[in-house]
Design a protein around this ligand. Structure first.
Ligand code: NAD
Ligand code: TYD
Length: 344
């Protein structure tokens, strides 16, 4: 089996590649994996270091929006799993251009290349954020796409192109829509690694708005097992939500991170809210559970392990923080420290 993993040097894609080549998915031990990754600020070859010398692994640096390159790279693969994306909401608010180029045009070019190369199955790794924000209840896969950020709008556009290639061309495309991931190797701009690395350095953590926004958390290993299950047992043209069932307000998440890190609420500062900040995400995972899916990682244990991973791998994240200046709260945005009981 030859598998093309795009975005395989990023947080989730690299976990998938390490798992696949590491033998985590029974029956796929002999798979040969090509990673195609542009190595943007979020891509890092160090994420693939554990499998760099694996004989089944080939790395190609390149852009999924480069049709000429795709015509060379895609043929010969049985499967494409597309993790490649611009993935950070705050960056999409600052400048959405790269999000449209990669998440929309890149997805279309990859679909087209897969169609022309006779790829058997294409898995599009999408996000629950395409559904928008839900105050109560959970979205199933038939919920309308009502994205609110440029990131989620670009991801939703990619999902619609997947649908179109399945319906129009009969390409076997399966879409997964997962909730928020946490785990090792996550770039320290997302809330968990940003807060953890700030606390390691004794710096305050910036909590947006009133902290009452709710996210559903899933360990990256459970996400990747879900993607693999959809590849193995899903149906062509179908969409599968992947959720963890662990819903927390950002206040609750922050409290857990402070507690694991041995810090107090004096380390939390109020900063202005994110524009268009979605209040709550929550997916109904019944469809993928009917394929046999079950998250395995206990949230409390998984989060504690992740905090320890960042303590133990400072050589991995310190260069990223220096490069992106994500390490501290700008003076101009610092507000009053939170006092825990008042805000629960
Ligand atoms: P990430 O930003 O850590 O990694 C993205 C990877 O894609 C990087 O290696 C980057 O170099 C590569 N890339 C970007 N543009 C590219 C291009 N044009 N061509 C080739 N490679 C390119 O992102 P992540 O958190 O690992 O997310 C992976 C996928 O999972 C994304 O599609 C994202 O939308 C989706 N997702 C993420 C989460 C989450 O919580 N992080 C949750 C649900 C779904
Ligand atoms: P994030 O990790 O950016 O993921 P997403 O926006 O894709 O859900 O943010 C998770 C939540 O944490 C979101 O509600 C915004 C909030 N947040 C903060 O309060 N402070 C921060 O510095 C960041 C990055 C996020």
């Amino acid at each position: 089996m030859r598998v093309l993993v795009t975005g395989g040097a990023g947080f989730i894609g690299s976990h998938y590649v390490r798992s696949l080549l590491g033998g985590a998915y029974p029956g796929w031990e002999g798979a040969r994996v090509t990673v195609l990754d542009k190595l943007t600020y979020a891509g890092n070859l160090a994420n693939l270091a554990p499998v760099a010398d694996h004989r089944g692994h080939t790395f190609v640096r390149g852009d999924i929006a480069d049709a000429r390159l795709l015509a060379e790279v895609v043929p010969g693969h049985d499967v494409v799993v597309n993790f490649a994306a611009e993935s950070h909401v705050d960056r999409s608010i600052a400048d959405a251009g790269d999000f449209v180029t990669t998440n929309v045009l890149g997805t279309q070019r990859l679909l087209q290349a897969a169609l022309e190369a006779g790829v058997r199955t294409f898995v599009q790794v999408s996000t629950d954020e395409v559904y928008g924000s839900i105050a109560e209840g959970s979205w199933d896969e038939d919920a309308p796409l009502l994205p609110n950020s440029p990131y989620s709008a670009a991801k939703a556009s990619g999902d619609l192109l997947c649908r179109a290639y399945a319906r129009t061309h009969g390409l076997d495309v399966r879409v997964t829509r997962c909730s928020n991931n946490y785990g090792p190797y996550q770039y320290p701009e997302k809330v968990v690694p940003l807060f953890v690395t700030n606390l390691i350095d004794g710096r305050p953590v910036p909590l947006y708005g009133d902290g009452r926004n709710v996210r559903e958390w899933l360990h990256v290993d459970d996400h990747c097992r879900g993607v693999q299950l959809v590849l193995e047992k899903g149906s062509p043209g179908e969409v599968y939500n992947i959720g963890g069932g662990v819903e927390l307000t950002n206040l609750e998440l922050t409290e857990r991170l402070l507690s694991i890190s041995g810090a107090g609420w004096d380390m939390v500062v109020r900063v202005p809210d994110r524009p268009g900040h979605d209040l709550r995400y929550s997916v109904d995972s019944g469809k993928i559970r009917s394929l046999g899916y079950e998250p395995r990682v206990d949230f409390g244990e998984g989060l504690a392990e992740v905090v320890q991973w960042y303590r133990d791998h400072q050589e991995w994240w310190r260069p990223a923080r220096r490069a992106a200046s994500v390490s501290s709260v700008p003076e101009s945005e610092q507000g009053e420290p939170w006092t825990h009981p008042t805000f629960r």
